[in-house]
Design a protein around this ligand. Structure first.
Ligand code: GRG
Length: 301
């Protein structure tokens, strides 16, 4: 009963925000009627073909928990989704995962060719940092620089790219639990964590609140990838919009491979509890973050 209520509250919370994010993403990207039209088409395809928009939503929910309004963090929220779309586009390429289906549609390189998909990813990455720079129209420069520092750190050598490289090396090898934790917290967790922290930083949150948000982001980021691993084994391909079973085929380093499905779900649930506990000094203004944490552990796509 309580779970259903939370679900309804989350849906009502999400609806206007998702609409606003979609509109902003469309507006921030260039139109396709000018050069370089093919590149822009591929960028729009990669960015606007659905997706849960979790990272911008987390940025907004975190900013709101610290007293800021959605409109004041939109450029950064959208930048985080652009980085995410970039990482998916490159991750799907033949040189990496060689996936042909994403969000129920042909992947960007299947649709536009490998070279254009590669360059569309690059352009989305550059656009993301342009958007963060534009954030300075709405926020004090010190906060924008803080966001630049934490986002660039989260996606670089000691973040997403580092995690991706370790993930590749772990394929067909014998990853240890430590290797697995490194891969999950870096490849996926670091951008989720940065999304939460960026919202708080832009809202001008105090140090203690930022520490709480950082812990929340760290725990849900880790749980998110464990659930992703579980869904790759047990999910419905139609609901997921992509093939399942690919991790096992490629002998990827996953939680179910090392610990089994039951233990993996238990670990994800424990991280969700820790994430919610990290918000104990916040009041009802952080409820959407609490609902989002529950959503992460129960999601089916
Ligand atoms: C982006 C700096 C940078 C480098 C690229 C390719 C790569 C290095 C990193 C790959 C990272 C990656 C693809 C991690 C997987 C993360 C993950 C679980 C993606 C699925 O996210 P969802 O479920 O997807 O939020 P939707 O479709 O809902 O947006």
């Amino acid at each position: 009963m309580e779970e259903r209520l939370e679900h309804q509250q989350l849906d009502s919370y999400l609806e206007p925000r998702l609409q606003r994010i979609e509109r902003a993403l469309r507006e921030y990207l260039p139109a396709t009627d000018k050069k370089p039209a093919t590149l822009v088409e591929a960028m729009r395809y990669a960015l606007l073909s659905g997706g849960k928009r979790l990272r911008p939503v987390l940025c907004i929910a975190s900013a709101e928990a610290c007293g800021a309004e959605m409109e004041t963090v939109l450029p950064t929220a959208c930048a985080l989704e652009m980085i995410h779309a970039f990482s998916l586009t490159h991750d799907d390429l033949p040189a990496l995962d060689n996936d042909t289906l994403r969000r129920g549609k042909p992947t960007c390189h299947v649709q536009f060719g490998e070279a254009v998909a590669l360059l569309a990813g690059d352009a989305l990455f550059a656009k993301a940092f342009e958007m963060i720079a534009q954030q300075s129209r709405l926020s004090p420069p010190g906060r924008v620089i803080q966001v630049l520092a934490l986002v660039s750190h989260a996606v670089g050598t000691n973040g997403m790219v580092g995690g991706q490289v370790e993930d590749m090396h772990a394929e067909s090898g014998a990853p240890t639990p430590d290797d697995l934790e490194y891969i999950h917290t870096h490849k996926t967790g670091s951008l989720i964590r940065a999304s939460v922290l960026a919202g708080g930083a832009l809202a001008g949150a105090e140090k203690e609140s930022l520490v709480s948000l950082d812990n929340y982001g760290k725990f849900i980021g880790h749980a998110f990838q464990i659930i992703d691993d579980i869904l790759n084994e047990t999910g419905d391909p139609e609901r997921l919009g992509k093939a399942v079973g690919s991790d096992r085929e490629r002998q990827k380093a996953t939680y179910p491979r090392l610990f089994g499905l039951e233990k993996s779900q238990e670990t994800a649930d424990n991280y969700i509890t820790k994430a919610v506990n990290a918000l104990q000094d916040f009041g009802s203004e952080a409820d959407p973050l609490r609902w989002l944490a529950q959503y992460v552990s129960k999601r089916d796509h």
